[in-house]
Ligand binder design. Structure first.
Ligand code: TXA
Ligand code: MG
Length: 340
């Protein structure tokens, strides 16, 4: 059976891509420094960017973490298994290769049956970043993992489309004030119901603030399509008019002898039919932000598959899961936001 085979590969130091409820992960034995080195090599990822250690039962946390604070237990009881990663003091057995040289470790219990079964079959915690080549959008389908990593890893477990589509919320509990280092499906207000003092890392509130984010991975260029992506915020009518005017300019430029540029818009169900672009993709309805989240990375990948040169995307409200959507979208755009 595939899962038994996958568990054997992990135990023997190989790599397996597997589904979680957030995005697909690229798994290796978290306790084996050679496995972690292979993960960095397969992804083409800088080795100072630490991996997340995945467990399948709370009893396994003592192998990974030096001391489990009460705050972590309270969050675990409320949100695990689920899309929440906690930063805690590293246990001795976890190699520095897994934590990118840090004395802290990121740990999460994924809420996906295949992920949980793989961890159990492997008899070891699994270190897993998202299963994409470094810099590309995280994979939300097994096909995305194959596109990025085929030939570089031993196996891909296909669990179909993931449920959430954005990576887990990361909360740092190694400092006095619980701090969100990466927004996700679990929002600040959900965490504040358990830990009222929680806050958001200043480095991620604004992409252009110049403040260095605390999660090493958040400082890297990420998710960016090859085309030039701009995010546009304003009322629905203003956004549609502005983007169409920009698209008309690009077409005029192409017609007047410039290189023909392929235009694209990342739109919503409500607006998709209003744009005059070579390619229009609909993320879903604005009334259903979870649908938008689920489709975002796949659509960003399509921009490359379709060779889009000039891309405009509509902005979203920063509330609830919108904070995570905008965080990923603005990273993909290198912070380029037009405020109308
Ligand atoms: O949903 C997820 O979290 C997915 C699935 C596979 O579980 N994994 C994931 O891993 O997104 P990755 O490696 O793509 O992102 C991990 C992030 C990076 O930004 C990294 O810098 C940060 O977590 N991180 C890991 N360990 C850390 C630590 N000790 N301190 C601060 N940030 C840490
Ligand atoms: Mg990643």
């Amino acid at each position: 059976m595939a899962l038994a085979e996958a568990g054997r590969i992990i135990r023997e130091g190989g790599l397996v891509a597997f589904p979680t409820e957030t995005v697909y992960g690229l798994g290796g034995d978290a306790m084996n420094p050679e496995s972690s080195k292979k993960i960095y090599a397969a992804k083409g990822r800088p080795s100072d960017n630490p991996l997340i250690v995945h467990i399948s039962d709370l009893s396994e946390i003592d192998r990974v973490v030096r001391k489990v604070p009460e705050t972590a237990l309270r969050l675990a009881r409320r949100f695990w298994p689920g899309p929440l990663t906690m930063i805690l003091e590293k246990g001795e057995e976890v190699p520095l290769e897994t934590t990118g040289g840090l004395e802290t470790v990121a740990v999460r219990m994924p809420g996906n049956d295949i992920a949980a079964a793989l961890i159990r079959e492997s008899h070891t915690p699994i270190a897993a970043p998202s299963a994409n080549r470094s810099g590309r959008p995280s994979p939300t389908l097994a096909r995305h993992c194959a596109e990025d990593l085929d030939g570089k890893i031993e196996m891909i477990l296909d669990g179909g489309a993931v449920g959430i589509g954005l990576e887990s919320t990361i909360v740092d509990l190694s400092t006095e004030i619980p701090t969100i280092l990466r927004p996700g499906y679990i929002t600040l207000s959900m965490i504040r119901e358990i830990l009222p003092q929680a806050q958001v890392d200043a480095g991620i509130i604004r992409a252009d603030s110049g403040i260095k984010p605390k999660a090493p991975g958040m400082k890297y260029r990420h998710y960016a399509p090859r085309g030039d992506l701009t995010v546009v915020r304003g009322t629905r009518q203003a956004v549609v008019s502005y983007i169409n005017a920009q698209l008309a300019e690009v077409s005029a430029r192409s017609l007047s002898g410039g290189r023909a540029e392929k235009t694209a818009v990342i739109a919503t169900r409500e607006t998709a039919s209003s744009y005059q672009a070579d390619l229009v993709r609909d993320l879903g309805s604005r009334k259903d932000p979870e649908e938008i989240a689920r489709h975002l990375f796949g659509v960003l990948r399509e921009m490359d598959e379709e060779n889009a040169d000039v891309i405009f995307a509509e902005a979203f409200d920063d509330t609830g899961i919108g904070a995570a959507i905008m965080n990923r979208l603005l990273k993909a755009a290198g912070g380029k936001l037009i405020q109308l």
